[in-house]
Design a binder for this molecule. Sequence first.
Ligand code: PHE
Length: 508
Amino acid sequence: MNIDKIAELLNKNDKLLLSAVSEEDRYLSQISEKYSVEKSALFNSARKMMSYGLLKIINEITIGYSLTELGRKYLSSGLPEYVLVKKIRENPPLSYQDIKKMPLDADEISAAIGTLRKNKIIQVNMDKFILDETKVGLIEKKNALLDMSDLDKISDNVDLTDLLRRNIIRKSETVNEKIEITENGINVLKSSSFNKDLVDRLTPELIKNWRGVGFREYLLDTEPLTRPCGRRNIAKQFSSKVKDVLATMGFKEMHSNYAESSFWNFDIMMFKQDHPDRDIQDTIYIDAPKPKVPKELLEKVKQVYEKGFNSAKNDKSIGYRREFDERKSKVLIMRGHTTATTFRYISDYISKNKDAPAKYFSVSKVFRNETSDQTHLPEFYQVEGIVYDDNLSLSDLVGYISEFYKKMGIDKIRLKPTYNPYTEPSLEIQAFSPKINRWIEVGNSGVFRPETLEPFGIKKNIVAWGFGFDRTLILRLGIGDIRLIYGGFADLDFLRSAESRKLFGEFS
Ligand code: PHE
């Protein structure tokens, strides 16, 4: 279309925006303030002129940080680990009894001790806490971060993961629309029609007296801005494929709730009651009335936990020889693994029909108090599987794992011994990601320990696994970041592209 014609199509706001942009005002919010025009009106103008090819809109994302309420509290008191370090330094060597007297609550104390021990800043020797002065700098630096009057100025190479995860600081993103004028835009500005005063709204007066007035023309031949239509996210498609694959392998689907009691998520699997996975830093607790827990089963779990059991088939189990606290079972959380669901099925189905072999699976969501990165999300999917039959062994498990990943089109996997409180032996599954250029964990598996099956009176072996669905998906898609698939960083163009769809075609 010719430049003069385009110039005649612009209304007052369009012209104002175009002139402002040509004079180095680049941001919509800035222009809106300067000329007192609503930002939404300017945004409409910008989109319209973008479709005419007069300007470009670039979304600039700025990341900022601020202290949360907890952060502000720590700003004046110091981070618990910092407070603890100072205390140990003043009164070395400090005992646990002394620490308990400090003005910190129990969660803060255990988290602080955990962090300090993990970083080898303190050592515990005969209940005395000893400080390694050479490493204290790390904690001092972290504490000083809170003090920065302007967290916004934090540079990329400061590691804030821990502070974010503990909800001490929060991250925010603001989008600023930056406008750039194009060649055509400049030509329109210069065109003789730009300053013509054209009327684009009829009034009763104009109808009576319109001679000599210039009207803006309607543009009847422009293409509408195309909008992509809605589609299922590829993760949903992939999930259907995975379910099909497992169904053809003879597995039945399991279902249960996202919210679960600690009993089904931890105790039934013999997680020690002070196991770090139960920490509020890893598990999402729900402030809700106590969930119901099956009384008889709870009694049996408590028995095995405290004292173990005797069985002809297995060696004697001596239990943890510690007190089991029922109150810790009756707490509602967001389930951290779908193995909670597996144990509900063991209880509801397998234990009630011990002669029949059984195979179950689920592809469902789990929740962990985690900061997102390339391979982590606080909500993610697990592909859980369980097989109950006569004479199962580790090699059967390896067989299922290999078959599944082969069917997923992932050949390069390796297995590594690992530890779970509820399986023995246990195998971690790793796959090589060419994009990330290292082996990443894609699953975890094992043979359930007799202690976890004793409360159900089950004597046969059960093999089970939890595969990371999202990580398998990114390997399959040949991308190196799970955040491209869900949430604010999702790459919609990629998700929509035929390329990513084609990859699943190969399954069917
Ligand atoms: N629950 C484990 C996880 O979340 C996976 C797993 C399932 C391991 C069953 C062993 C047996 O990582």
